[in-house]
Design a protein around this ligand. Sequence first.
Ligand code: VGL
Ligand code: ZN
Length: 221
Amino acid sequence: MNADKTDCLLVIDVQYDFMPDGALAVPRGDEVVPVINRLAPAFSHVVLTQDWHPAGHASFASSHAGMQPFGLTRLEYGEQVLWPDHCVQDTQGAALHADLYVPHARLVLRKGHHAGVDSYSAFMEADRTTRTGLAGYLREHGVRRVFCVGLATDFCVAWSALDARMAGFDVVVIEDACRAIDLDGSLAEAWRDMSAAGVVRMTSEQVLDEKRAGRSVPNHL
Ligand code: VGL
Ligand code: ZN
């Protein structure tokens, strides 16, 4: 049985607005691109996501009078970090990085398109009710294990990894293929939550070694 058939590489939000000179810059965010380009050929199944907000989105500080980026507010569904305007639909900042080379990616999933609801997670929106459909898609294709990479480790990657666990998948986060925003300790908290949920942390070299050996990567304990 080829273990690769039940694996999916989930490439999260490798978009210009999350690059070092982007609107919501992730420090060294551009460094994930060559790492992901090395990883992707080892996976037959690759899914990409795009943060994809309408102008005036509820997660933008500019949509709330008197609020500044990186502040907190309360929306109908709970606390929301307010961000600079970013990844507005069909803008250059929302485009995938042109150097990302994954020609065999099967699906590009756009998230965060509901004006009043954020979606860090590729699986479930921030209201914790609305599903994106990704879990059903992956299940229909026989995927059992999801490898998460991209931006940002402590927001979209972590929320996607946690929701993938919740949906019953084995989950690996490939740490050197991610970069973090790290807002008030959010990175340490994200790793704590992911470890507690049974998310496995690996390096890209470990994953590529396992793939080359044709062995399956150890699952969560
Ligand atoms: C993200 C904040 C707001 C991310 C997206 O991709 O991690 N973070 N929108
Ligand atoms: Zn966003």
